[in-house]
Design a binder for this molecule. Structure first.
Ligand SMILES: O=C(CO)COP(=O)(O)O
Ligand SMILES: [Zn+2]
Length: 211
């Protein structure tokens, strides 16, 4: 895809996420990786619902602002994910309500903070580790993300929200939506006895649908 069509796709996807209530205010950011390793990322303090293609920021792999409006303050964690995941071509980071609620809970096992409820959760999201709290835009947040990104398509920032990568923007959006729906289910089932997917079922899903 050309840079122009990727800029248009970011605008379209941002608007869709905003209309669906997954993005609100000026929270969240989207990015895609171009063939030369630079990234297109949404501008800082912009509403994902009202972007224009020429506004989208372009940032070098080293983090230098090349074009467009000033980039998201989280561009550095986007770059960290791309460095650690060569197959990742796009990233979605939002503050959607149910996923953020999970990020605010105390968790016994920070290596995986959602129980395996459904097949699509396992197929699209996988294990979801919790990254300790850092202020938005803190370079320490990018370092913490770098430490887990190689092994995880999705990560949850404590008291903040998820970061989800994908082979394309559409793939990352599908995984993000699956994560938000899983978080919603998690609260919906609450303290009732839950029948979780077995280890065998998870292994089979990972074999048949490798990510
Ligand atoms: O989600 C956000 C911070 O984590 C939004 O920040 P930006 O507006 O700088 O992209
Ligand atoms: Zn954020």
């Amino acid at each position: 895809m050309s840079e122009d069509s990727l800029r248009s796709e970011i605008v379209k996807v941002g608007s869709l996420l905003y209309m669906r209530g997954l993005a609100h205010g000026s929270a969240g950011n989207l990015s895609v990786r171009l063939d030369d390793g630079s990234i297109l990322v949404t501008p800082t303090n912009s509403s994902l619902g009202f972007l224009a293609p020429e506004q989208i920021s372009k940032v070098s792999p080293a983090g230098t602002h090349i074009a467009g409006d000033p980039p998201s303050k989280e561009a550095f964690f986007h770059l960290a994910v791309y460095e650690e995941r060569p197959t990742a071509k796009a990233i979605v980071h939002l503050h959607s309500t149910h996923a953020v609620a999970v990020s605010c809970l105390c968790h016994d096992n920070s290596a995986d903070v959602l129980p395996p409820l459904t097949a699509y959760q396992v197929m699209r999201v996988g294990r979801l580790p919790l990254i300790p709290y850092y202020r938005p835009g803190d370079r320490k947040l990018a370092d913490a993300v770098r430490g887990l990104a190689g092994e995880h398509k999705a990560m949850l920032l404590a008291n903040h929200g998820p970061i989800v990568s994908g082979k394309s923007l559409q793939d990352a959006v599908h995984a993000y939506e699956e994560l938000e729906e899983t978080a919603k289910l998690f609260f919906l089932v609450g303290n009732r006895p839950v029948s979780l997917l077995t280890c065998e079922a998870i292994t089979e899903l990972n074999d048949v649908f490798p990510s």
